[in-house]
Design a protein around this ligand. Structure first.
Ligand SMILES: Cc1ncc(COP(=O)(O)O)c(C=O)c1O
Length: 421
């Protein structure tokens, strides 16, 4: 374990890891089972158009959540587009800004105005107290996101939606098998969009699904999702293919273990980082089920002595690619940042979270000793933060160049700043 800051890779020490460790490394499950399914699919010649794996996957996901219908799609954006069409959404839709900008774009592309709402500081999900003030005569829906699998305040949002006669739907990308008041998502009457992107707990390479108990809506969604070839009049061609479904099924087979590993990792991070000033590992309500797929830090720079972006750069030099989420938040992006119609009230919580949230790697690929090494780097950076900050601040262009090269995502490079630079 590194003991002094000169050993940190950002200051010229040897990186802690040979191979990069990423947030969102895909869980791949039992390879033999997946390859057997793949062979079956190749042998049968069924690769799409609601083949047997897709049907089985939809049935198992629906049964797992205790919901009557699951409609799998090729991506979350496709799922949202199907819902926009089926629910006949129009005008304005209230959404959190602390979510992927792709969601806002999906609405905007459908000529719907996303109106950004702030989130609650404790849950980081849509703040029901702020939703009401954004409802206008043009509002047709509210979309909440169950961030980190922590389910939105469904009761309060439902009552607002009922009062104004609005549709309510949820982005449940992080919330596979998570519960609200002890009941799995999908059972509260509103449609939920799950994501099976490779970085989610249940990897189907790419993909998503809508959960609903509503028979009529399910029929409309199926019609919207299938290809125009197989169903004249359908427009979206957003269905999931057989190979994705085969991967999804393989991970369903081992789902209990995935959650157990995530919980073990999460508890180790929390234990090892406990008591570190300015470093808060977000909590999960142990009365609810979560999949523990996100280990989320909130970095308070005043208390930690380092900023989130400095910590991210320090980890990155060690080949640990922690990830900021929703930075920039939707309302800082074009076209939303240039027009008042999208941003009608301040979003202070979102802006704070966008500057302070950092996700650490977890999942099947992580071992306990690796987690200990990552925590030790964070502890070293925080306990020696004044020296670290000074060195980062006065570091020459070469050092800056050197560690920016560790940050893979070009978008991240623009935002990472050292010290007061
Ligand atoms: C909260 C949230 N919603 C939606 C998505 C988009 O999911 P997909 O990659 O399936 O489009 C993500 C992706 O990480 C996400 O974090």
């Amino acid at each position: 374990m590194k003991q002094i800051i000169e050993e940190l890779a950002i200051f010229g020490g040897r990186p802690s890891f040979e191979q990069p460790i990423q947030v969102g490394s895909p869980n791949t499950g039992d390879r033999h089972r997946f390859l057997a399914r793949l062979k079956n699919s190749l042998d049968s010649g069924r690769s799409t158009d609601r083949g047997p794996f897709l049907r089985e996957f939809e049935e198992r996901v629906a049964a797992f959540h205790g919901v009557r219908h699951c409609i799998a799609t090729a991506s979350s954006t496709q799922a949202l587009a199907c819902l926009v069409q089926a629910l006949d959404l129009s005008g304005e839709v209230i959404v959190p800004s602390f979510m992927p900008v792709a969601t806002a774009h999906a609405l905007n592309d459908n000529r719907i105005t996303p109106v950004f709402c702030d989130v609650d500081p404790a849950s980081q999900t849509l703040d029901p107290g702020r939703v009401d003030e954004l409802v206008t005569a043009r509002t047709s829906a509210i979309i909440g996101a169950h961030l980190w699998g922590r389910v939105c305040d469904v009761d309060k949002l439902s009552s607002i939606a009922r009062r104004h006669n609005l549709s309510l739907l949820f982005d449940a990308a992080h919330a596979f098998a998570c519960t609200y008041h002890g009941r799995k998502i999908g059972t509260s009457g509103q449609p939920e969009i799950l994501s099976f992107h490779a970085s989610q707990i249940l990897n189907a390479f790419e993909g998503a699904a809508i959960l609903t108990d509503d028979e009529t809506l399910a029929k409309q969604l199926r019609a919207a999702a299938v290809s125009a070839d197989s169903a004249p009049g359908a427009t979206l061609n957003g269905q999931m293919n057989e190979i994705s479904a085969a991967m999804g099924l393989t991970l369903m087979d081992g789902y209990t273990e995935l959650v157990a590993v995530n919980l073990r990792n999460y508890r180790r991070y929390r234990r090892t980082l406990a008591g570190l000033p300015g470093i808060h590992v977000i909590e999960y309500d142990y009365r609810e089920q979560n999949n523990y797929h996100h280990v989320v830090l909130e970095v308070d720079p005043a208390a930690a002595g380092v900023t989130r972006d400095q910590l991210m750069a320090i980890l990155s030099a060690e080949k640990v690619h922690a990830r900021r989420y929703f930075c920039p938040p939707c309302h800082w992006e074009e076209p939303y940042c240039s027009q008042a119609t999208y941003v009608r009230s301040p979003l202070p919580v979102t802006e704070k979270l966008a500057r302070t949230v950092l996700c650490l790697p977890t999942g099947m690929a992580m071992t306990g000793p690796e987690i200990d090494i990552i925590c030790n780097i964070i502890r070293l950076a925080v306990t020696c933060s004044s020296d670290v900050s000074v060195r980062l601040h006065y570091s020459n262009g070469l050092l800056r160049q050197n560690y920016l090269s560790h940050i893979d995502n070009p978008a991240d490079r623009d935002v990472v700043r050292l010290g007061n630079e």
